[in-house]
Design a protein around this ligand. Structure first.
Ligand code: GDP
Ligand code: IMO
Ligand code: MG
Length: 420
């Protein structure tokens, strides 16, 4: 059996959580492979809404095993809050959720360092989620990190050494903060973690593949936030692309099966960094209002703009996307016309390949398509799609070279339409 991967093709928040939940019944195991609580994956069903940060989005489809893979960075305090919120709503997770011993811990000081580095950058700040993601991955690659498996062995000593190092760094930056209360919360999180099963997930996953089990790997963030291929330096600190599923799970490239790439019918971004199709006008505000485009983790208004096929083609190439999934098309239901960026103009030249750097000289080249002007949220099958919507899909497929297999027409699990 193979591992199918599902990941975001834009700057995050494409609707990964919703789609993972919809696809989970076809799988035995769902697993996160990178990122941490910077993610906010929203699921809606039976009139309820849930936001997952570190726990995979397969957790609500009864009886499936969910794994937090080795590529993830985990904050015990936020994990505890997430677990408690789910338990309060009647979802007991201990039998269903396993955690890789090789996943790294986000220490309370990582959050402070995140804040300190952002403050230091001033107007050039990344606009991070402030969850300590960058500093935790920095410690991982700098070989100073603490892992879940360390909790089982001589933990206090390892922890105090790491914290002492961080305190010194914070002192050098003249950054003062109340570490005590953060540490207390964090240690309670460690106790919560101890209730769960720690596994050598690379062995577990490969054995389960041999046993014929079907595995779905859930990406966080999006391709344009990838540490290597995103709009550097305005990116996150992990590989959000398909290759990240190999390193973040211990899965050989030959084990990767379908690659589901998710994109919105338009485009959003949170935090700083280039966004060629951004709309700082009333159309952008209309998309924000209709799409409820406010961060699920930080509540920050998301920047909104038209769909960008230059960036999408690039993301499809890097990930080897085999199936496309388009979400939030309903947000455009009332628009008279819809713009699609098909190329960039840079110093008078039209370019189709995503460039090394994007500055203010990059201008989107648009094609304007007629809107379908019809409420699609209650539609049940593709046979009900208006012709103009089908034309929009065909236009995208022709430009992207991959078929759009699923269209999401609302936030609820049920508001999902498969295309043959
Ligand atoms: P993720 O991080 O990729 O899982 O996405 P988020 O949960 O951060 O953001 C997507 C938002 O759009 C959430 O509020 C979802 O409930 C919502 N959503 C997902 N699919 C659709 C859709 O097709 N239509 C609408 N209107 N909302 C959607
Ligand atoms: P999901 O999984 C959207 C953005 C931040 C910031 C940059 C770096 O819900 O799609 P970080 O805290 O990772 O160091 O921030 O990345 N970012 C996201 N934007 N969705 C996310 O996750 C994001 N996770 C990080 O806004 O610009
Ligand atoms: Mg999100």
């Amino acid at each position: 059996m193979n591992i199918d991967v599902i990941l975001g093709l834009q700057w995050g928040d494409e609707g990964k959580g919703k789609i993972v939940d919809v696809l989970t019944p076809d799988y035995d195991i769902v697993t996160r492979f990178q990122g941490g609580p910077n993610a906010g994956h929203t699921l809606e069903f039976q009139g309820k809404k849930y936001i997952l940060r570190s726990i995979p989005s397969g957790i609500f489809q009864g009886g499936k095993i969910n794994i937090i893979g080795n590529g993830v960075v985990l904050d015990p305090a936020l994990f505890k809050a997430e677990v408690e919120a789910l338990e309060a709503s009647g979802h007991i997770l201990t039998e269903q959720l396993y955690i890789s011993r090789k996943a790294h811990l986000i220490l309370p000081t990582h959050r402070l360092l995140d804040l300190a580095y952002e403050t230091q950058k001033g107007s050039g700040k990344i606009g991070t989620t402030g969850k300590g993601i960058g500093p935790a991955y920095t410690d991982k690659t700098g070989r100073n990190g603490l892992r879940i498996g360390d909790i089982e062995n001589n933990f206090e000593l390892k922890y105090s050494k790491a914290i002492a190092r961080h305190k010194e760094l914070l002192k050098q930056m003249s950054f003062e903060a109340d570490l005590e209360s953060l540490e207390k919360e964090w240690m309670e999180g460690i106790e919560c973690l101890r209730r769960f099963r720690f596994i050598d997930s690379e062995h577990f996953i490969n054995k389960e593949l041999k046993n014929g089990k079907k595995i779905l790997a859930e990406g966080a963030q999006g391709t344009m936030l990838d540490i290597d291929f995103g709009s550097y330096p305005f990116v996150t600190s992990s590989n959000t692309v398909c290759a990240g599923a190999c390193t973040g799970l211990g899965a050989a490239p030959s084990k990767i099966g379908n690659v589901y790439g998710i994109f919105k019918a338009y485009c959003t971004r949170v935090g700083s960094g280039p966004f060629p199709t951004e709309l700082n006008d009333e159309t952008g505000q209309k998309i924000r209002d209709l799409g409820c485009e406010y961060g699920s983790v930080t509540g920050r208004p998301r920047r909104c703009g038209w769909i960008d096929l230059v960036a999408l083609r690039y993301a499809i190439m890097i990930n080897g996307v085999t199936h496309l999934i388009m979400t939030k098309s309903d947000v455009l239901d009332t628009f008279d016309t819809i713009k699609v960026c098909i190329a960039y103009q840079i110093q008078g030249k039209e370019i189709l390949d995503f460039p090394f750097e994007i500055d203010d000289s990059v201008k989107p080249v648009y094609v304007e398509l007629p809107g379908w002007k019809m409420n699609m949220t209650k539609m049940q099958s593709e046979s009900e799609f208006p012709q103009k919507f089908n034309d929009y899909l065909s236009f995208l497929e022709e430009k992207l070279g991959v078929k759009i297999r699923i269209v999401s027409v609302g936030p609820d699990r049920e508001e999902t339409i498969e295309r043959r």
